[in-house]
Write a protein that binds this ligand. Structure first.
Ligand SMILES: [Zn+2]
Length: 326
């Protein structure tokens, strides 16, 4: 059993090393697998187990665990996600395990959870044929569920950080009014500026130089870009409910974020900066919201970061789920 385990884990580790992926299940499996191999290599028969806390600590650093609620650990990782990813790896590389006759499996302890009863994970092996007979139940590839990243975790640009409190703002409040004035004030200011500039050029009359032309082109270019990427999305927000946050909203260190308008229990309209994410049911990578164009005629769709044009899902912000789009 000892040698067999080492053989299976080594095979798995080789596959993981070559078949790179960007997702948590992959990182966790790789970590557990490599530690298990190390232990087997020095003839250590003890089970190499990891709790979710330990996994998160190693993979994402001290800071990520100190600021985290213990309930979030279940969302961060669970045995279903680990097993689903492992199953995919095995299905993709069946041959290697067929030769050995055994496949790796994720095992977990029977616990109800809670303090002191931490769930732990380890890798074990099981006979290959046995699993074939049971027929691995295929996870539903057509369905995805989304979750919201805590608004306070999304880093805003310094300017909007002054207005948004913990990434949220009540539309009918002083802060909401200020945001409204800033947005529409700057559109009006810009329109006036372009108008004055044009008027000034007309007044100049004859002495219209190519430098003026360049200025004008820049002006129109800038107007067009700020309309397309800033004013238009914000204008669409009340109707679309969710938009991609314009670049000016978020910190430079942040790749992307979403802005959502919603109603709370007291029927207050709120606007918040958040991020929707899901796990791709096909390849277990992260799914983020992106524009639906050009391949889908929808404002926003969920796109897998690993395969953004093949693994595409619809997005329903009320049900927080979606179906695969083809
Ligand atoms: Zn995918």
């Amino acid at each position: 059993m000892f040698e067999l385990k080492l053989k299976v884990f080594n095979a798995l580790f080789e596959i993981l090393k070559e078949d790179l992926a960007v997702n948590r299940a992959y990182d966790c499996l790789k970590l557990i697998c490599s530690a298990s191999i190390d232990a087997l290599n020095v003839k250590n028969e003890e089970l190499i187990t990891y709790s979710r806390y330990q996994l998160k600590l190693i993979l994402e650093g001290q800071q990520s665990v100190t600021s985290m609620d213990s309930k979030d650990l279940g969302k961060w990782m669970n045995d279903k996600k680990l097993s689903a990813y492992l199953d995919r790896v095995i299905t993709k590389h069946t041959k290697k395990f067929e030769e050995i006759g055994y496949i790796p499996v994720v095992k977990t302890n029977e616990t109800i959870g809670g303090k002191g009863n931490e769930r732990i994970y380890w890798l074990d092996i099981t006979e290959y044929t046995q699993v074939q007979n049971e027929e691995i139940q295929q996870p539903d590839d057509e369905f995805i569920s989304y979750e919201r990243v805590d608004p306070s975790k999304v880093k805003l640009s310094w300017f909007y950080r002054l207005i948004f409190k913990n990434g949220e703002i009540k539309n009918r409040s002083l802060r909401g009014l200020i945001l409204f004035i800033i947005i529409f004030g700057s559109i009006i200011f810009w329109a006036l500026y372009v108008f004055t500039f044009a008027l000034f050029l007309v007044r100049e009359g004859q002495s219209f130089t190519s430098l003026d032309l360049l200025f004008m082109l820049c002006l129109f270019g800038f107007s067009y870009l700020s309309y397309k990427y800033w004013a238009k999305p914000i204008w669409d927000l009340p109707e679309h409910r969710v938009i991609k946050a314009p670049m000016t909203f978020i910190s430079l260190r942040e790749e992307h974020a979403d802005i959502e308008m919603y109603r709370d229990r007291d029927r207050n309209q709120l606007t918040r900066v958040t991020r929707f994410r899901g796990i791709c049911p096909i390849c277990s990578a992260e799914v983020v919201l992106r524009t639906g164009r050009p391949d889908h005629n929808l404002p926003l769709v969920g796109r897998c970061v690993e395969s953004p044009f093949a693994h595409v899902y619809s997005f329903d912000r009320v049900m927080m789920n979606g179906y695969r789009l083809k």
